[in-house]
Design a protein around this ligand. Structure first.
Ligand SMILES: [Zn+2]
Length: 113
């Protein structure tokens, strides 16, 4: 079974082939609807499927490094991620998401309050 590349519902026969636009190394992708296909095509045209980060988003991502390092150190620096328990992975995700959201909420000149 194949899933929609945008919303992860079951795909329903809508497809996009990057090869048709000259990107031979990118795989074909499937969608559940024309809405999801059109959104993907718009994102693809804007930046080959990637959305450019704003300065605030990039700074907020960097602000996650310290809490991420502290969390990993607490779990154990020698422990590979594949050996983390489900609870440890969820804690790590929560630490990173919280740090990112906190940094985003602080705002910047690009985000008026
Ligand atoms: Zn979809």
């Amino acid at each position: 079974m194949t899933w929609c590349a945008i919303c992860l519902r079951k795909e329903r026969g809508f497809g996009f082939s990057p090869r048709m636009t000259g990107y031979r190394d990118l795989p074909d992708v499937k969608f559940c609807s024309m809405s999801c296909l059109n959104l993907y095509a718009a994102l693809f045209r804007k930046g080959n499927g990637m959305v450019d980060l704003t300065d605030l988003e990039r700074a907020s991502i960097q602000s996650c490094l310290k809490p991420l390092g502290e969390c990993v150190a607490e779990i154990g620096m020698d422990k590979p991620l594949s050996a983390y328990s489900k609870e440890q992975v969820l804690t790590l995700i929560e630490v990173i998401v919280t740090a990112y959201q906190d940094a985003m909420r602080k705002g910047s000149p690009e985000v008026p309050f």
